[in-house]
Design a protein around this ligand. Structure first.
Ligand SMILES: Nc1ncnc2c1ncn2[C@@H]1O[C@H](COP(=O)(O)OP(=O)(O)OP(=O)(O)O)[C@@H](O)[C@H]1O
Length: 311
């Protein structure tokens, strides 16, 4: 385990096991940057949560990764290759499937288009899920459509599976089933997964790497457990907050009356006994970063989390 995302990325680069690397990636729409200066390095075999507020640039990033969108600047490499898209499967937000096709016809279509298609697995998976092959896709429930789209993606036997908000529109039980099915399939084949979601509770226990985008910039990228362990919430008197902030890498601060709370990364224990240090959960960590687009941009952080060291 490493102390932060930057170090973890160096490790991944060193052993050659990088599934996805973006370098200085950016996309502009009519003069406005939707995503800028995005440099990430994701080790192979990780299940990556991509989170960020509405409009943060998640779909823009995903579409550049899967080749649906041309970058304005920078580049994407999949398993070291600029042309590695044949190793990627993608499930889009709206899960485009042909409503007039039956599930069986949908599978046949997938088999025709994909040389490495695993038809036995696809049929087994749909049978386990009680999804009838004879039913028209248009007659399936939202959860069943998601499962069919996911099965189509898994049957391609991708090395990198990219899912744009696959859990939206699903009830909690269906969300749970989708995640469980996905994790089982991923565990069997060591597939790297990149999953965007707004539902933080779905990500806990599922994902082991976290990428946070905010206003088109990478705020954080790193091993999820390491990120949670390396942040502490310090609470103490508001009048002493500036003093603490001058000495420690403060990510974000809130003041309520006479009390201040500082989210701090890799802090030494505060010498001032009026301050107490608490562990922070994943949900609070994410919410704190998301609330403040500048969180993490402290002058104390010598490297911006998520930025790949120069090679
Ligand atoms: N085709 C487009 N033309 C102009 N602007 C666009 C286009 N697509 C996206 N944008 C803008 O780029 C920014 C990022 O959008 P994007 O869809 O990538 O965000 P997101 O994080 O996926 O948002 P959400 O969580 O709401 O799906 C937004 O400000 C959006 O309005």
């Amino acid at each position: 385990m490493t102390a932060n995302g930057v170090t973890a990325e160096s490790d991944a680069a060193a052993d050659g096991a990088v599934a996805l690397r973006t370098s200085g990636l950016g996309r502009r729409y009519r003069g406005v940057w939707a995503l800028r200066d995005c440099s990430l390095s994701i080790p192979a075999g990780r299940v990556v949560a991509l989170v960020g507020p509405n409009g943060a640039g998640k779909t823009t990033l995903i579409h550049m990764i899967v080749g649906l969108l041309t970058p304005t600047e920078g580049e994407v490499r999949i398993f070291g290759a600029a042309t590695g898209r044949d190793r990627v499967a993608f499930v889009a937000q709206d899960k485009p499937l042909y409503n007039g096709f039956t599930v069986a016809e949908t599978l046949r279509f997938g088999r025709t288009l994909n040389p490495g298609w695993d038809d036995a697995m696809a049929r087994r998976r749909l049978a386990d899920l009680d999804i009838p092959l004879r039913r028209k896709v248009g007659a399936l429930s939202g959860g069943q459509r998601t499962q069919v789209a996911l099965t189509m993606a898994l049957a391609k036997r991708p090395d990198l599976l990219v899912l744009d908000e696959p859990l939206a529109d699903l009830d909690p039980l269906a969300r749970h089933d989708v995640i469980r099915g996905l994790m089982a399939a991923v565990a069997e084949h060591g597939t790297t997964v990149l999953l965007s979601s707004h539902v933080v509770s779905d990500l806990e226990g599922t994902c082991d790497w976290l990428v946070m985008l905010n206003r088109g910039r990478v705020q954080v990228s790193g091993d999820l457990d390491d990120l949670v362990a390396s942040h502490r919430l310090l609470t103490g008197p508001a009048e002493a907050a500036d003093d603490i902030a001058a000495r420690l890498p403060v990510v974000a601060r809130t003041v309520s009356g006479r009390q201040a709370s500082l989210l701090v990364r890799d802090p030494a224990p505060p010498a001032d006994p009026r301050w107490t240090s608490h562990a922070i959960g994943l949900n609070d960590l994410i919410v704190t970063y998301l609330r403040d687009p500048h969180a993490g941009a402290s002058r104390h952080l010598s490297a911006v989390p998520g930025r790949v060291p120069a090679e």
